[in-house]
Design a protein around this ligand. Structure first.
Ligand code: SF4
Ligand code: SF4
Length: 475
């Protein structure tokens, strides 16, 4: 076998005995690299600064597991809202299915935290400290020396610091930035659970982004295996134009045929972060990072050939057939995904639009449906009040002045003045009213609910209406 050829019977990152072959992908520049770098900067900025964003005085994105409350850009969810998560998670899964069906593994190559941090942060730092791919390989092969220990210590210190930043930022999504700030000034034992989560995330990040790298994509990540279900022959893949490239330089061209454009320089293999040769066709290990596209375009420019020997294409090209594209809007699969996505979005909108910040449930008392007393008729209800906002609320109940004039009164027992955020409250509600408001033994009145937030300042006031069905004697 040509020593530059990759094995066909195993992963190119393992040797014949199954031991890992550490990769040293060479650096690449080009159009796609530039675009990916810009996107990565944006994505990293979003990840680091999103916990600091606030809407209505509260953290915009917060998954507060201990208090079982979740904030998502102004929407507040509680543990009892789990059915709403069906729409959120369903929408996320369908978005991935939709983008994969059209643009292939665009998530892996462009937006996955693994690729973003490894390619644009960790490898960059490695390059600054240890040099280019050749220098890194040489350094790893050297015996221990002062320079090697210094460079390795510097690199792993930088990696550790970065991992801790990522671990703390991750934790901020779950405990909130205020609590995180406070925790950071306290001994770890005072917030042991949060400290352990942060430490575990930082360690996993350090291990994965610092050393494990492409092994995660090729061996661990389930999405790589799952993609074949989501992709079809029209999904975009990174493909080598075998019709144009073959016979590559160094192989005997059949009589009467011209040599292909591939000069067999192996640049596309050397830059590949998963160590594959894309000229063998679409492979599971390809994360569609476009590094080989930039590398080959550079070679094509130097050899004065048209760019695009390796390019975004569909599977037909990689199989040596003519590449014909069907626009996404002519593909039934895309419309099915879109319809499901609209259903999830519509369901979420409908469900959240019909949620009240102060949820009130009234259940008629189990005794007689009404009592007739000299001062009027009494209806008894068991009332559940739940404050679904992120602030404590001072909640009061009243009826309109017209109903008050008619003699309708509310008596509420066990009602606390301040309703804590997320906490349910149970109270007994007695409504007394004169017989005159009944029509055929029934009446519907509206209770006005006023909730005043105790924080932030200035106080926010909510006004809600709750319909109540009263019953009484027919005569
Ligand atoms: S970089 Fe292009 S020319 Fe070089 S081996 Fe790869 S496909 Fe062939
Ligand atoms: S084959 Fe190309 S696109 Fe696929 S992982 Fe390797 S360099 Fe990235």
């Amino acid at each position: 076998m040509n020593p530059r050829e990759l094995p066909t019977d195993r992963l190119s990152t393992t040797d014949a005995r199954g031991h890992r072959i550490y990769l040293y992908p060479t650096d690449v520049r080009g159009h796609w690299k530039k675009l990916r770098t810009r996107l990565s900067i944006g994505l990293i900025a979003v990840f680091l600064f999103l916990p600091w964003a606030r809407i209505g005085g509260h953290q915009a994105v917060l998954f507060d597991l201990p208090r079982r409350r979740f904030a998502l850009f102004g929407l507040t969810f509680w543990a009892h809202d789990t059915p709403l998560l069906f729409f959120v998670l369903g929408g996320a899964a369908i978005t991935i299915a939709f983008t994969t069906a059209i643009w292939g593994r665009v998530w892996c190559g462009w937006a996955c935290p693994q690729t973003v941090f490894v390619e644009h942060v960790f490898r960059r730092i490695e390059r600054w400290i240890e040099g280019d791919a050749l220098a890194r390989k040489k350094l790893d092969g050297q015996p221990l020396s002062f320079v090697k220990v210094f460079k390795k210590s510097l690199k792993w210190s930088a990696f550790t610091a970065l991992s801790l930043i990522i671990g703390h930022s991750f934790l901020a999504y779950f405990v909130g930035v205020e609590d995180l700030r406070q925790m950071m000034t306290q001994p770890p034992l005072e917030n042991l659970a949060s400290f352990l989560v942060m430490a575990a995330v930082s360690l996993v990040v350090l291990f994965d982004f610092g050393w494990f790298r492409e092994q995660f994509c090729t061996v661990v990540c389930p999405y790589g295996r799952f993609q074949s279900v989501l992709m079809d022959h029209q999904s975009a893949v990174i493909a080598y134009d075998a019709k144009r490239g073959e016979p590559r330089r160094g192989t005997a061209a059949p009589e009467g045929t011209q040599a292909g454009d591939c000069v067999d320089c192996h640049r596309c293999v050397l830059v590949c972060p998963t160590g594959i040769d894309i000229r063998r066709g679409v492979q599971l290990e390809c994360i569609a990072c476009t590094a080989c596209v930039d590398a080959c375009d550079d070679v094509m420019r130097r050899t004065k050939k048209p760019e695009g020997l390796i390019r975004y294409a569909n599977q037909a090209l990689s199989e040596g057939r003519t590449e014909t594209w069907t626009p996404w809007y002519q593909r039934a699969r895309a419309w099915v995904y879109l319809a499901l996505l609209v259903t999830c979005g519509g369901g979420l909108y409908w469900a959240t639009a019909h949620r009240s910040p102060i949820e009130i449930t009234l259940i008629r008392g189990i005794e007689a449906p009404y009592q007739v007393t000299p001062s009027g008729i009494i209806n008894h209800f068991k009332m559940d009040v739940r404050n679904q906002t992120f602030t404590d609320q001072s909640v009061s109940f009243s009826v309109s002045p017209e109903l008050q004039q008619k003699g309708v009164k509310l008596i509420i027992s066990h009602h606390k003045d301040t309703l804590k955020t997320g906490e349910p409250e149970r109270a007994d509600l007695f409504i007394t009213y004169p017989k005159e408001i009944l029509t055929f033994g029934k009446a519907v009145i509206t209770i006005e609910v006023t909730a005043i937030a105790s924080d932030p300042s200035p106080h926010l006031e909510l006004h809600l209406n709750q319909e109540v069905h009263l019953v009484g004697p027919l005569q």
